[in-house]
Design a protein around this ligand. Structure first.
Ligand code: OSB
Ligand code: MG
Length: 372
């Protein structure tokens, strides 16, 4: 197939409630969607990719304006010039360009989606999914008070979420965790995510989370402090899970070898796409390391692909793959709805969902059609 054009579409999606983490508060997601058009033996086919970069470079160095720039300036011209193209070639062709994982992931996903739709094959089947439903957790932001946190968690528990992830930061860690554990009992699966808010000096403090039997502690230290995580792992009982630090199968292998993590959060956007995400899954499985699928507050487009990934055999912990209504009042696809704590894995061609034209039009702020 050949890439004949790519639509860059910016959408503005208000969240149902502001989402507060140790790095900032998000109220509206400004999202870049890609629609790739490919020409092949059986005619034209289009595919979708959602870029997970946020408005500001606070989670990682990427941000939405930069993803538009790097795609237009470097990635799309190189892919247009490639001639024959399929999803598995995108990462290889873009490899000379350093970093920009979220931009690479978005275009690779759009090309894969177009290719699989043309072939009538599902993304889940292509990746190696072995489940038709995946268990879902929910990521709960930092709240204004413990009472409000308990109310929010109560809502998620009664909606059926099988695991609760609490965002933490210095000053909002042991007490909220204690309150949630006491209120909901020992059977609730709970984990925490610090988004790099601590240093190794905080090890003794973080060990105060030990008595609460958390599933894991996600990314307590800065992304580059892999050795720090290995040290911390010896000082706390809660298993260490890495998110921001893991940008490739190679960094995953190194972190595992160093003892920096015993669990990995796999986010396809953070690692350059679903094919690299699958390689991390494979490396982790070979080392007996559990993985789970992270999230970046995606719309139904990104969610569909994440749910497919989460259906691979090594994804043994519930993901941050919540239902559409946890994020948005109106999604741009048919909404993902929780059923007994699970979401269905889309089985149709490609990612199995597409934007609903009216919904998409209603949230679009800008579109640009890029051709060779
Ligand atoms: O660290 O996992 C994270 C959202 C945006 C940026 C980083 C993170 C998150 C989440 C939400 O925790 C996950 C989701 O429900 O999509
Ligand atoms: Mg995280």
């Amino acid at each position: 197939m050949n890439l004949t054009g790519v639509e860059l579409r910016r959408i503005s999606m208000p969240l149902v409630a502001p989402f507060r983490t140790s790095f900032g508060t998000e109220s509206t997601r400004d999202i870049l969607l890609l629609r790739a058009v490919l020409d092949g033996p059986s005619g034209e086919s289009e595919g979708w990719g959602e870029c997970v970069a946020m408005s500001d470079p606070l989670y990682s160095s990427e941000y939405v304006e930069a993803t538009v720039d790097v795609l237009k300036r470097f990635f799309l011209p190189k892919l247009f010039a490639a001639g024959h193209l399929d999803g598995s070639l995108v990462g290889h062709i873009l490899e000379p360009f350093k970093g920009h994982w979220m931009s690479k992931a978005a275009i690779e996903t759009a090309v894969l989606d177009a290719e699989l739709r043309a072939a009538g094959r599902s993304f889940a089947r292509e990746l190696g999914a072995v489940r038709e439903q995946v268990p879902c957790g929910v990521s709960v932001g930092i709240a204004d008070s413990i009472d409000r946190l308990l109310d929010e968690v109560a809502g998620y528990v009664s909606a059926g979420y099988v695991r609760i992830k609490l965002k933490i930061q210095p000053g909002w860690d042991v007490e909220p965790v204690r309150a949630v554990r006491e209120r909901f009992g020992d059977d609730l699966l709970i984990q925490v995510d610090a988004n790099t808010a601590y240093t190794l000096q905080d090890a003794r403090h973080l060990a105060k989370l030990d008595p609460f039997n958390l599933l894991l502690m996600e990314q307590p230290l800065p992304e580059e402090d892999v050795l720090g995580h290995a040290e911390l792992a010896k000082l706390v009982r809660t298993p260490i899970c890495l998110d921001e630090s893991i940008t490739s199968a190679r960094t995953a292998a190194a972190a595992i070898s160093l003892g920096a993590c015993s669990i990995i959060n796999i986010k396809p956007g953070r690692v350059g796409g679903y094919l690299e995400a699958r390689r991390i899954h494979d490396v982790a499985a070979a080392h007996g390391i559990a993985v789970w699928c992270g999230g970046m507050l995606e719309t139904g487009i990104g969610r569909a692909a994440n749910v497919a990934l989460a259906a691979l055999p090594g994804f043994t912990l519930p993901g941050d793959t919540s239902a559409s209504d946890r994020y948005y009042k109106t999604d741009i696809t048919e909404p993902f709805v929780l059923s007994d704590g699970h979401l269905d894995v889309p089985a149709g061609p490609g990612i199995g969902v597409a934007p609903l034209p009216d919904q998409l039009a209603a949230v679009t702020t800008q579109t640009e059609w890029v051709t060779p």
